[in-house]
Ligand binder design. Structure first.
Ligand code: AMP
Length: 176
């Protein structure tokens, strides 16, 4: 059993495929018996992913700061919703026990979390695999900037040894 921390957009994105694939990925991870931790939202890809995982009987924990839960975005249909005081407290709860991170399409919040865990892995504060769900090439610009940083000598290429890019949910699951 792995502890999967997922990052995903609070919005749905333009393509309806994003939500349906987020739901399917949640279902597939849940069906394998992995424990899931995520940002606790009920909207967008976050909500679709959590709903898929719950439908497969997964143990899903959401971690949400009080100010977001007050806006009623917290998902009430998951196993456990932990309310934190601050964003920083939330992030350390989300990251601390994760064996794997899964990054679905998303916006600034997902990008921020992804860059942060990449940095923490580089600093050896975390020892985990990072799986990027590059659905329809959504995260190619991230791939480009990371390659650019390596090419220009600001990061060692070995920092991407634990980063896996998957075009499909099946490909992602195979590497977990
Ligand atoms: P974004 O990708 O900008 O939509 O932000 C989503 C990511 O940031 C998620 O992985 C969450 O951990 C966090 N986050 C941002 N907005 C929310 C929200 N409304 N509810 C819960 N978590 C959120």
């Amino acid at each position: 059993m792995k502890i999967i921390c997922a990052f995903a957009g609070a919005a749905q994105g333009r393509s309806p495929q994003f939500s349906s694939e987020a739901y399917r990925l949640g279902q597939m991870i849940g069906a394998r018996g992995h424990k899931i931790i995520y940002g606790g939202g009920r909207t967008g890809l976050m909500g679709a992913f959590a709903d898929g995982a719950v439908s497969a009987g997964a143990d899903v924990t959401g971690i949400i700061p009080k100010f977001l839960d007050n806006h009623e975005v917290g998902h009430k249909g998951i196993g456990k919703l932990i309310i934190t005081n601050t964003m920083h407290e939330r992030k350390s709860y989300m990251y601390k026990d994760a064996t794997d991170f899964v990054v679905l399409p998303g916006g600034l919040g997902s990008l921020d979390e992804t860059i942060e865990v990449l940095t923490w892995c580089q600093l050896k504060l975390l020892n985990a695999k990072i799986h990027i769900f590059d659905l329809d090439g959504y995260w190619q610009p991230l791939h480009e900037i990371l390659s650019h940083i390596i090419e220009q000598g600001f990061m060692h290429g070995t920092n991407l040894d634990y980063v896996f890019w998957a075009k499909t949910a099946d490909e992602l699951i195979d590497r977990l």
